[in-house]
Design a protein around this ligand. Structure first.
Ligand SMILES: O=C(O)CCC(=O)C(=O)O
Ligand SMILES: [Fe+2]
Length: 310
């Protein structure tokens, strides 16, 4: 009897040494990146530029952060994006640093959490944010190249902001709900996730099947958010995902989400008969506020159309 292969998230090898400009390997990697984003809204980036040392350090930093007393973690949710103890998903806790590629912003966050300072945390968070921002830039450039619109890439990068987010999911006991985070798409342009060994993150393919992300110390899940769909005029689909906790262990995940500061337009090269213009000029930060004023509806396919659809 023919065995049916289980669906898998595409895995792409994106270490620096493999992607020399102009090589056939790079060209095919650019196509693979776009194909995965069009089909799945995501792919697994195997990225050897992340050392095992930094992988361990960022997980230790996460553990140290979430061990802080609740009153410290909860003190300024507007600036730290703190979310926790939500009745709908009680296992989940999050803290974030807006503009995390800036050392000043990292220091501000670190000093808020540790008034006596914590240089090691700051150094680790900054190194990790810069490394993952590099991965974002590399992949975004590959997508722009593949669609023949690389001339817009530099201005896109100049308008990009980076939020570093730390997530913790408590272990489940038998009586608890296993939902770590309900089904949603991200409101970002891209989100890149890296995590410890505890599984739980799942993405939905176009057949509606759930596929688990299998973490390793050098792998990242690169996901398109709603804003990438807008920019690509519906070529790229935002990744539908959720977190389901099954293991009796704590799951730590660290994400870098990108947003655009300036108003974003669909490149004219991406508008044709097959792809008529779907979106008006898009104010990303305005969309985040619109999302908040709509009670954080988790699936925003229709929300984004309501916000900026033509
Ligand atoms: O836990 C994760 O890895 C993903 C978290 C997530 O999807 C989110 O906060 O939007
Ligand atoms: Fe998400």
């Amino acid at each position: 009897m023919a065995s049916q292969a289980l669906p898998k998230i595409p895995i792409l090898h994106l270490s620096d040494d493999a992607l020399t400009p102009g090589t056939a390997f790079r060209l095919s990697a650019c196509r693979d990146v776009c194909h995965a984003l069009e089909e799945y809204g995501c792919f697994v980036a195997d990225y050897g530029n992340l050392s095992l040392e930094l992988h361990n350090q960022i997980l230790e930093a996460s553990d140290e952060l979430f061990r802080l007393p609740s009153e410290i973690k909860m003190q300024d949710p507007n600036s730290t994006e703190y979310v926790g103890q939500k009745p709908q998903f009680p296992l989940y806790e999050r803290l974030g640093i807006v503009n995390a590629t800036s050392w000043d912003e990292i220091q501000k966050f670190t000093n808020l959490m540790w008034p006596n300072g914590n240089h090691r945390f700051g150094e680790t968070a900054h190194s990790f944010a810069k490394l993952v921002a590099g991965l974002h830039q590399k992949v975004t450039r590959m997508v722009f190249e593949n669609y023949g619109v690389e001339k817009y890439c530099d201005s896109h990068m100049e308008s990009t902001t980076y939020r570093l987010r730390f997530y913790k999911y408590n272990e489940v006991d038998e009586n608890e709900s296993k939902i770590g985070l309900p089904v949603h798409t991200d409101k970002s342009f891209t989100t890149i996730l890296h995590q410890n060994h505890v599984p739980g993150l799942e993405i939905q393919n176009q057949d509606g099947k759930w596929i688990g992300f299998e973490p390793t110390p050098s792998s990242f899940l690169f996901m398109a958010g709603d804003a990438f769909m807008v920019w690509s005029n519906d070529r790229i689909r935002p990744c539908i995902h959720r977190v389901m906790m099954g293991a009796n262990e704590v799951r730590y995940s660290i994400g870098l989400a990108t947003h655009q500061k300036s108003v974003m337009r669909v490149p004219e090269e991406l508008i044709d008969e097959e792809h008529p213009l779907q979106y008006k000029p898009f104010d990303h930060l305005g969309f985040l506020n619109f999302h908040i004023s709509n009670d954080y509806k988790p699936r925003s396919d229709s929300l984004i159309k309501a916000y900026c659809g033509v």
